[in-house]
Design a protein around this ligand. Sequence first.
Ligand SMILES: Nc1ncnc2c1ncn2[C@@H]1O[C@H](COP(=O)(O)OP(=O)(O)O)[C@@H](O)[C@H]1O
Ligand SMILES: [Mg+2]
Length: 285
Amino acid sequence: MSKVCIVFDRIRAEEKMLEKEALNLGYDTLMLDAKITQVNTDTKKQDLDLGDVVLERCVSYYRGLHFTSCLEFLDIPVINKFQVANVCGNKMFMTLLLKKHNVPTPKTYFSFTSESATENLEKTGYPLVIKPVIGSWGRGVMAIRDKDTMDAVCEIRDITDSPHDRIYYLQELVNRPPRDIRVITVGDQPVAAMYRKSSGGFKTNVALGAEPELCPLTKEIEDLAVKASQAMGGGILGIDMMEDEKNGLIVHEVNNTVEFKGLSRVAEKNIPKEMVEYAINYIRK
Ligand SMILES: Nc1ncnc2c1ncn2[C@@H]1O[C@H](COP(=O)(O)OP(=O)(O)O)[C@@H](O)[C@H]1O
Ligand SMILES: [Mg+2]
């Protein structure tokens, strides 16, 4: 009998649902707190009880990523793979990989100093959307509509001057209805989708109060989600799309540790069950 391990740093509704489904399916199930787990260079797989397959669910991106590297060192199958988590956690790496795989994505500009970013913006014109390369829940994502705003952003970044402050990721502001589409994929298969309707402002993150509403999985949405998932290297992903008035559906983000509490209430498929079954099939292959 296979044992499923759910690695967490905070237990949210999602982690509870995964545990419940794994137990319902009859698997030995283990909840492991990354915050109190020790690994060293001599650690062997059998020294720790990590089950046969791990679903890595840390809220902290860096904690999850580094924990994943330990799991792969110990030859424990982990979802998502280090490589996938690494790319999805950084918007610049993700955007470049999407584009490389011909997945439609907004035009994005990269600069490596505030001066260079400002100079580029003078050429492209306003507005553009600036995003921290690492971050989620819409934090730090801002529409830059004039030079004053850009100067203020640059000033703050030059003062804090953390390594990521020097990476400027600026993207065309896409004309679209006040909503986006989140698709959850499990092993390159779309399992459910929702619209996220803005509660005011241009950002549509549920964390910012956007209203989730079930979105039918059309062939177009499915095909695009599959393509985006394959481009990232598969696993369990949240693919975010916008309905661009000019270019149709485009992917603006792929999320590594996807939240699904809201969507699971309205989805036809049992999302956490799909995830656990995928993890089990992953080690059976
Ligand atoms: N280029 C864009 N044009 C218009 N709206 C955007 C654009 N990029 C992001 N948004 C809006 O901002 C939200 C947050 O951006 P996103 O790239 O998904 O960052 P985060 O990782 O913080 O969720 C998106 O859900 C979307 O509603
Ligand atoms: Mg997002």
